[in-house]
Design a protein. Structure first.
Length: 403
């Protein structure tokens, strides 16, 4: 009984904290005058009235009072033919890379169409009868995070099938700066479709404008494309996320470290999937001389985590207090230098005829070759500068907010 009482009290405290946080979050937004695209229905409801729409969204498609956009649209009489779910699914519970299944939303009964797995681009049949596709997803502003690829395929399908695309814009937690290697065309994939750096310094609404304006869609087609911009948004300010963008990016720290640590996904080094600190630690059974230990095990965010059940040695970055506004190659260099046989098997071996997954994530083979050659972090960062400077000339054309 005493234990049950303590558990109930703990749950009550958590609920009170969540309520206080949400109230504070809502009040702070109102005080600053900041509003997301979704929180300005006066700007988009008139454009949707009398139309049949599809909605591309997930668990992050929330308004400031935590009402989901889909529920709000239904309540306001907007006819939704289908919900289109990206990687991780409509409710955001699927593992990275896990095939998302079609189905129906339990709450509204609206059919759910997967845009992950074999069907990354909406088909003409799926778009039939739809006038406007509304896109509302909290992105993280990093090239290999796949929501910008989902938007690209959506715009391409919209252009080909004469369906308008409307983006309700949201903050980018890596806005206001650009960094990392710029992708080269031969390494284009779903984790990097365009010649942009790892961090490209645009909101998802701005990014879509760039894709359209630069004619990066297949065959140079251009979509009928509308952005509902945020109000009082500043690109160098950081805004709290209302919901984690995916199972293994549970907090601001993981999102902040993600651009630097995701390269490890192409190596024999774990980034903490299957622990309580995903993208906040790194380690491997074959790293020697680093102090932190962890053992990946199946959990809600990783049903079969990489290096499952193996003790990994590395570093815990969860208490890394610096708000990174650049990539940090030092962790890659340190892991490579402490790895038992780095030149033999540090990088995951590619399948026959395929690129190294590390190169696909980097968008180039240069970073892998630099690590093997013993390049310093300063050398690596200096090698990125010319391409970043060229990209900046493109980026500045599409900046909509105070930069």
């Amino acid at each position: 009984m005493n234990l049950d009482f303590k558990i109930k009290n703990l749950l009550l405290i958590c609920l009170i904290f969540l309520g206080v946080f949400n109230q504070y979050h809502s009040q702070s937004q109102k005080a600053s005058g900041f509003r997301t695209g979704a929180d300005q229905p006066e700007r988009y409801l008139p454009l949707l009235k009398g139309k049949t729409i599809g909605v591309v969204t997930n668990q992050t498609g929330l308004m400031s009072d935590r009402t989901h956009l889909v529920d709000f649209l239904v309540k306001n009489g907007i006819k939704i033919k289908s919900i289109f779910a990206p990687e991780h699914g409509f409710r955001g519970e699927a593992d990275a890379g896990e095939k998302v299944k079609n189905g129906a939303d339990v709450k509204t009964g609206i059919p759910i169409v997967s845009l992950y797995g074999n069907n990354k681009k909406p088909t003409p049949e799926q778009l039939k009868g739809i006038d406007i596709m509304v896109f509302d997803i909290q992105d993280v502003g990093v090239r290999f995070y796949t929501f910008i690829s989902t938007l690209t395929y959506l715009m391409e399908a919209g252009a080909e099938n004469k369906v308008e695309v409307m983006v309700l814009d949201r903050p980018n937690p890596h806005d206001g700066y650009t960094d990392g290697p710029v992708l080269r065309k031969q390494w284009a994939s779903f984790v990097g479709m365009h010649e942009v750096p790892v961090v490209y310094g645009l909101t998802i609404g701005e990014y879509g404008n760039m894709v359209n304006g630069e004619k990066w869609l297949k065959n140079g087609v251009q979509a009928k494309y509308t952005v509902i911009p945020m109000k009082n948004y500043h690109k160098k300010q950081r805004y709290p996320m209302m919901e984690k963008p995916s199972p293994n990016l549970p907090n601001d720290r993981s999102v902040n470290l993600y651009p630097s640590l995701c390269f490890f996904e192409g190596t024999q080094v774990s980034v903490g999937r299957g622990t309580g600190l995903p993208f906040q630690v790194y380690g491997s059974p074959w790293i020697k001389g680093l102090p932190y230990q962890f053992t990946p095990r199946p959990n809600a965010g990783a049903k079969d985590p990489f290096l499952n059940g193996k003790t990994c040695y590395g570093e815990n970055l969860a208490d890394h207090t610096q708000d990174l506004r650049e990539l940090n190659p030092e962790w890659l260099i340190k892991a490579y230098q402490h790895y038992k046989n780095p030149q033999l098997d540090f990088f995951l071996k590619p399948a026959a005829g395929k690129n190294f997954w590390f190169d696909t994530l980097a968008g180039t083979d240069a970073l892998r070759k630099q690590l093997i050659a013993g390049a310093t972090a300063a050398d690596i960062r200096a090698s990125w500068k010319p391409a970043l400077k060229n990209f900046e000339k493109i980026r500045t054309k599409y900046v909509m907010y105070e930069d």
